[in-house]
Design a protein around this ligand. Structure first.
Ligand code: C2E
Ligand code: MG
Ligand code: MG
Ligand code: MG
Length: 283
């Protein structure tokens, strides 16, 4: 089959494309039942203060374990969920599950300062996110200042007006917001100053090449400087080595996240990390 994309370019429908379409269809079908079949769960990755190394925040990351497909990565199923509209119930499940977990952590005295949740672009731009969050937090208003939301650069620039409005509403609720995957979106820098966000998360693609690639070093240094100039806090994602950590500390990056400090983990293990560092030193 031949597809025309409107111009004079012609794309051929390859066997690889057909296989990918079949896989997407299969995932869509299984994704429909994933929540009711308890196949979804959240893991939490620590985010540390660059100066002290203490775990101050965590990012909730969604996991899907299907009995025959095995573990499917969010990089694969989130786009499928967005295409099919299943992202709506899925996001709702993430919000309520994470808030439930935060309530338990709070009761145990191990709630991190912030727990960040990822919000897909589609969900973010739909408009009823603030309302739903108010509803979910109505029974536990003390959690509000502990909640953070990450939205991707792409989602924010897709509809800047809606993004500015929603981010403003969220910050009025005391919910902190962060731009995720900063630098990966090929978008202009001017949008950053228009968005009422508190944090900028520097994409792993830049972190991966520091400190050996002078160009990446310059980009990361510039991103941190720009963020600070705008009054934003910076988070570097994907920190895997001591060398990367040392470089990021030297350029003044505020928070660090990556395998070097901890992989995404089950909630009890994150609680252990938080508890251990609160323990007074044994005499
Ligand atoms: P993200 O929000 O940028 O999340 C960071 C990703 O980097 C996670 O992948 C995490 O496991 C991975 N990562 C963290 N530290 C390191 C490191 O040191 N080295 C390497 N190689 N990777 C590291 P994950 O969990 O596969 O998630 C991928 C993406 O899927 C996320 O990127 C996010 O965009 C999306 N996602 C995950 N959970 C959710 C969710 O609940 N809702 C939505 N809408 N999207 C989600
Ligand atoms: Mg994220
Ligand atoms: Mg990220
Ligand atoms: Mg990323």
């Amino acid at each position: 089959a031949v597809q025309h994309d409107g111009g004079n370019a012609v794309c051929f429908y390859t066997p690889e494309m057909a296989a990918a379409a079949t896989r997407r269809m299969l995932l869509t079908v299984h994704l429909t039942h994933a929540i009711e079949r308890n196949e979804m769960y959240l893991v939490y990755q620590p985010i540390v203060d660059a100066k002290t190394g203490r775990v101050v925040s965590a990012e909730a990351l969604l996991r899907w374990n299907h009995e025959s497909l095995g573990a499917v990565s969010p990089g694969e199923f989130i786009p499928v969920a967005e295409e099919s509209g299943l992202i709506v119930p899925l996001t709702d499940w993430v919000l309520s599950t994470a808030i439930g977990q935060m309530m338990r952590w709070n009761a145990e005295g191990v709630l991190p300062e912030r727990v960040f949740l990822n919000i897909s672009g589609q969900q973010f731009l739909r408009g009823n996110l603030t309302l739903r969050l108010e509803e979910l937090l109505s029974g536990c208003p003390e959690l509000r200042p502990h909640l953070g939301l990450e939205i991707t650069e792409q989602a924010a620039v897709r509809d800047l007006k809606v993004a500015v409005k929603t981010l403003g509403e969220l910050s009025a609720l005391g919910i902190q917001t962060a731009i995720d995957d900063f630098g990966s979106g090929y978008s202009s820098l001017s949008y950053v100053q228009q968005l009422p966000v508190a944090k900028l998360k520097i994409d792993r693609a830049f972190v991966i090449d520091v400190p050996d690639n002078p160009k990446s070093n310059a980009l990361v240094r510039a991103a941190v400087g720009m963020a600070h100039g705008l009054g934003l806090t910076t988070v570097a994602e994907g920190v895997e080595t001591v060398e990367q950590r040392d470089f990021l500390v030297s350029v003044g990056c505020d928070l660090l996240q990556g395998y070097h400090f901890g992989r995404p983990m089950m909630p009890d293990l994150l609680a252990d990390m938080v508890r251990e560092q609160r323990q007074p030193p044994i005499e």
